[in-house]
Design a protein around this ligand. Structure first.
Ligand SMILES: [Zn+2]
Length: 144
C-alpha cells in the first residue's frame, strides 16, 4: 500500500469511529460525532449536545433544536481547550460537514485538515474552510 492508500484507509476507520461516537448523542433529530487526531493520536472527541450541567434534551416541545446545543465539532474543540493538548495542525473527523459557525472555530483552532462523511445541506462551512486553506476531504463511502 502506498501512503495515499494508507491515508484513505485510516480516514475511513476514523470516520467509522466518529459514527459510533455519534451514538452518544441524546439528540433525536440528528446525531453527529467528531474526533480530533494529531500525530496519529486521538486527542479529542465530541458529539452534539447541551452544555455540561444542562438537561440531556436537545429539542424543545416543538421538536426544534435548542439554540444552546453545541455541535460535535465545537464540543471536540472546546474539550482540547480544557486539556494540555493542542489542536494545531490536527485533523478533524466529523460525520457531517461542518456548519459556518463550527468552521470559524476549526480555523481558529489551527486545524489543517477536515475529513467528513455526509455533506450537510449547506456548504458555506466547507467553502469558508477551503478559503482558509484547510484541506477538506469528503468520504461518502466508509467501506474498505
Ligand atoms: Zn456546527
Amino acid at each position: 500500500m502506498n501512503n495515499n492508500t494508507k491515508q484513505i484507509v485510516l480516514d475511513k476507520r476514523y470516520l467509522r469511529m466518529a459514527e459510533i461516537w455519534a451514538e452518544n448523542s441524546y439528540c433525536v433529530r440528528r446525531r453527529v460525532g467528531a474526533l480530533i487526531v494529531r500525530e496519529q493520536m486521538i486527542i479529542s472527541d465530541g458529539f452534539n449536545g447541551t452544555p455540561a450541567g444542562f438537561e440531556n434534551v436537545c429539542e424543545d416541545e416543538d421538536g426544534k433544536t435548542k439554540p444552546y446545543v453545541l455541535h460535535a465539532e465545537a464540543n471536540a474543540i472546546t474539550k482540547v481547550a480544557r486539556s494540555n493538548n493542542s489542536s494545531e495542525g490536527a485533523t478533524l473527523y466529523v460525520t457531517a460537514s461542518p456548519c459556518l459557525e463550527c468552521s470559524k472555530l476549526i480555523i481558529q483552532a489551527g486545524i489543517k485538515r477536515v475529513v467528513y462523511h455526509e455533506l450537510y445541506r449547506m456548504s458555506d462551512g466547507i467553502d469558508l474552510l477551503v478559503r482558509a486553506g484547510i484541506e477538506c476531504v469528503h468520504v461518502p463511502d466508509l467501506s474498505e
